[in-house]
Design a protein around this ligand. Structure first.
Ligand SMILES: [Zn+2]
Length: 237
């Protein structure tokens, strides 16, 4: 437990978190039912996602990705998991934590804004540390992770580049990250974007966000409307 506490930092001011989950400036967080809660309130999860939580991993995602990406959900997760595998791995917007079936991590941290998803994750994958938090203000110290994934999440945020910067901040030098997003400029993407009520950003937006955050692009793969980006944290940033 103390080792886990060592990784945390206050998402508001970045100061240390003590054993009572209180920061140096007095912000208090909680640990309830196996979940470290750094939000303190219920941020709105996407309505569609909230409804499909119970069937997300076994029906919703496999069917959705097979149709839109033309490949299986588990093959995408496997590719991503292998790429970010390392001692300490974070999955931002982890959902049910499926990524951790394919990552050889000693310390595996799954972050999500949804308590509902984190509960499902804990019931399926009890070794994963469940953290409720905001991708744009990660509750971790700088340079603690060997690998970070964020799959099918960042396009749902108003400002995805904030999350990209946060991902880079918590990565060690030479650590790897994998990001999958829905980008504009594709017919299926425009249908999905309308349905989800999100305004999609172009591929170039993400590529420049990554660069500005000090990440080097190692590979970019198109999967229908989805874009899979593999990056490494630059040593010189
Ligand atoms: Zn604080």
């Amino acid at each position: 437990m103390s080792e886990i506490l060592d990784m945390f930092a206050c998402p508001i001011d970045g100061t240390k978190i003590d054993a009572n989950l209180t920061c140096e400036k007095g912000h208090r967080f909680s640990y309830i039912d196996g979940i470290y809660d750094f939000l303190g309130k219920e941020l709105k999860t996407h309505d569609v996602l909230e409804k499909v939580t119970p069937i997300y991993e076994n029906v919703w995602a496999p069917l959705g990705f097979l149709i839109t990406a033309g490949r299986t959900y588990s093959s995408i997760m496997e590719e991503a998991g292998n790429y970010v595998s390392g001692k300490v791995v974070l999955d931002v917007g982890t959902g049910t934590g499926k990524l951790f079936d394919y990552t050889g991590c000693e310390r595996c941290v799954g972050l999500d804004i949804s308590t509902k998803f984190l509960r499902v994750m804990l019931s399926k994958r009890s070794k994963v540390i469940a953290v409720k938090g905001d991708a744009r203000k990660l509750p971790f110290k700088a340079e603690v992770f060997d690998g970070v994934a964020s799959l099918f999440v960042l396009h749902m945020l108003d400002n995805p580049s904030l999350a990209v910067h946060e991902i880079s901040r918590v990565m060690k030098r030479d650590a790897r990250c994998v990001i999958a997003i829905l980008t504009s400029g594709n017919f299926i993407a425009s249908i999905l974007g309308k349905w989800w009520k999100i305004s999609l950003k172009h591929r170039d937006f993400y590529l420049s966000s990554i660069k500005e955050a000090g990440l080097e692009l190692e590979d970019s793969k198109r999967m229908g409307p989805w874009l899979l980006l593999k990056c490494k944290k630059s040593r010189h940033f």
